[in-house]
Design a protein around this ligand. Structure first.
Ligand SMILES: CC(C)(COP(=O)(O)OP(=O)(O)OC[C@H]1O[C@@H](n2cnc3c(N)ncnc32)[C@H](O)[C@@H]1OP(=O)(O)O)[C@@H](O)C(=O)NCCC(=O)NCCS
Length: 149
């Protein structure tokens, strides 16, 4: 698997994150990183994260958690830049995110995807996410429970 590194977004990496974008066809699947960063600014619990491979910014994620249910992490946004897709960065990035979230004490990760986003759905299923059957704002909800050990 491609090694991807997860790091908190900072003022120094803001421009890099804003410059990462999906294809035109994929815009219906995920908000722009600019919007995600603005939303993170408005929510103290939200954490914008930059994904790097071989030192280069390749993707972005936004995670959040409700202080009332701290064991659950929400993967609110996840994207790989269009120029870096199809080379394992999505799989490597998701694996790195799951390790990161586990290290932060979360025992469960929830996310949702737009129906028809087959690439994302397959990627999540391959990493252990299962469908909950819930629909949130038109998106299908998946959950991953970390096993023991
Ligand atoms: C989903 C996404 C993160 C995958 O990133 P990536 O770097 O291309 O992923 P990888 O190269 O690691 O490939 C992961 C899997 O997705 C598959 N895949 C990637 N792009 C695909 C596409 N356009 N159509 C179908 N499958 C695709 C790969 O074949 C691979 O499947 P496999 O493990 O069965 O071989 C990326 O396509 C993306 O950013 N999409 C737009 C944003 C988005 O939809 N985010 C998810 C919101 S819920």
């Amino acid at each position: 698997m491609v090694a991807v590194h997860v790091e908190p977004l900072t003022a120094a990496t803001f421009d890099a994150a804003v410059g990462l974008e999906v294809t035109t066809e994929q815009r219906r699947f995920v908000a722009s990183n600019t919007l995600s960063i603005a939303q993170a600014w408005a929510r103290p619990s939200a954490r914008p994260l930059l994904l790097r491979a071989a030192g280069e910014p390749v993707g972005f994620a936004l995670v959040d958690s409700d202080p009332k249910t701290p064991r659950t992490a929400h993967l609110v946004r996840f994207m790989v830049d269009r120029r870096h897709q199809g080379r394992g960065h999505g799989a490597g990035g998701l694996a790195a995110l799951l390790t990161h979230l586990r290290s932060q004490g979360h025992t469960e990760v929830r996310l949702s995807y737009v129906p028809g986003n087959t690439a994302a759905q397959r990627l999540y299923a391959r990493h252990g996410f299962v469908e909950t059957g819930e629909v949130d704002d038109g998106e299908k909800v998946m959950v991953l429970e970390y096993g023991a050990g």
